[in-house]
Design a protein around this ligand. Structure first.
Ligand code: DAH
Length: 331
């Protein structure tokens, strides 16, 4: 093979292989040794000098030097390019030593926390938990509870009407009726849920709020048991020293009826948290229970007011403002 042809061959294979040199420093070094090293392909081409005639030698020497220079430059460029692209890759990498971005954690709303405390307390003394409709007919919200149409007692709760016979429930007591219609006694339930009232908004009244209804029906149930149950609840919820009082009251669905007030340390006054009483025999008759055989007690408590007293929250509207500065205080 002629010397020129050999030079051309080395040049071609150098260029082809150089194209693939882009992985790591090891590969670059191997490539360099193969072509440009002391025993590399280019060095060995120089041994051709001894094999050609005197006339040919100068031209061959010139070609070889040219080749050597050309390939050296190409190789140096390749190394530069490789280093640059590695630098760019490193720039793109995430710096794990930087402090991370703060992620805000969600938390359970203070009302929901209060509700689950209430549920736990009643569950621990044998109550089951039930839920019922927020949109109900007038019969379940009023009539079956001994609040007939046009009776002044209906005005005790200002009502949102969906249509003339359908209301947003004004209390969770509607679920008492559903439960008793569906099941035979004995029954013992609490019913947490939202209720709605079209009344003047103030620090302790809002157009929607939460109640937990309680109902216990059996053959022998006394007012003393009702009192014991509610006292137990208040002590569990607020601590043994909390001041509370029972106050006689009136509800059409209970007889006798009472309300429970808790002493509000902040305002230095009593705050009503629940209504209760012995279930009126009229209500038992309405759901088809034998009111000579079965008796019961019932109560309905305001969850917002309990949370306000327990956590010193001054205004019921705070629960619904969605203000993160308020919510954050109860994580
Ligand atoms: N439903 C009454 C209210 O919303 C509270 C209440 C009073 C519920 C007496 C009862 C009860 O179950 O027996 O104010």
């Amino acid at each position: 093979m002629s010397a020129l042809k050999q030079i051309e061959e080395v040049r071609t294979s150098f260029l082809t292989e150089l194209d693939d040199v882009n992985q790591d420093l090891n590969q670059i070094e191997q490539f360099r040794t193969k072509y440009l090293g002391r025993r590399g392909k280019i060095a060995s081409l120089f041994s051709l000098m001894g094999k050609v005639s005197d006339e040919e030698r100068p031209a061959l020497g010139e070609s070889l030097n040219k080749l050597k220079n050309e390939l050296n430059v190409l190789f140096e460029n390749k190394v530069l390019e490789f280093n640059l692209s590695r630098q760019r890759e490193e720039d793109d990498l995430i710096d794990l030593s930087l402090p991370g971005k703060q992620q805000r954690l969600g938390s359970i709303h203070i009302l929901e926390q209060t509700l689950s405390e209430i549920k736990d307390i009643y569950r621990s003394i044998g109550f089951h938990i039930a839920y019922g409709p927020e949109v109900d007919d007038e019969y379940h919200n009023f009539t079956a509870l001994n609040v007939p149409e046009h009776h002044p007692a209906r005005d005790m709760q200002d009502t949102f009407f969906i249509d003339p016979e359908t209301v947003l429930r004004t209390h969770t007591s509607n679920v008492q009726v559903h439960l008793m219609e569906d099941q035979d006694p004995p029954i013992r339930y609490i019913v947490p849920g939202r209720v709605y009232r079209n009344e003047a908004i103030g620090y302790k009244s809002y157009c929607l709020f939460h109640q937990v209804e309680g109902i216990y029906i059996n053959e022998t149930v006394s007012f003393g048991e009702l009192k014991g149950c509610l006292e137990y609840f208040v002590k569990q919820m607020f601590g043994i020293k909390k001041k509370m009082r029972f106050r006689p009251s009136y509800f059409p669905f209970t007889e006798p009826s009472a309300e429970v007030d808790i002493w509000d340390e902040e305002r230095q006054q009593w705050m009503e948290i629940l209504g209760c009483g012995m279930v009126n025999p009229m209500v038992l008759n309405n759901v088809g229970y034998d009111s000579n055989r079965f008796h019961g007690y019932a109560f309905g408590m305001g969850v917002e007011r309990i949370a306000m007293l327990k956590h010193k929250i001054s205004d019921i509207r705070h629960f619904y403002s969605g203000d993160i500065r308020i919510l954050e205080q109860f994580i």
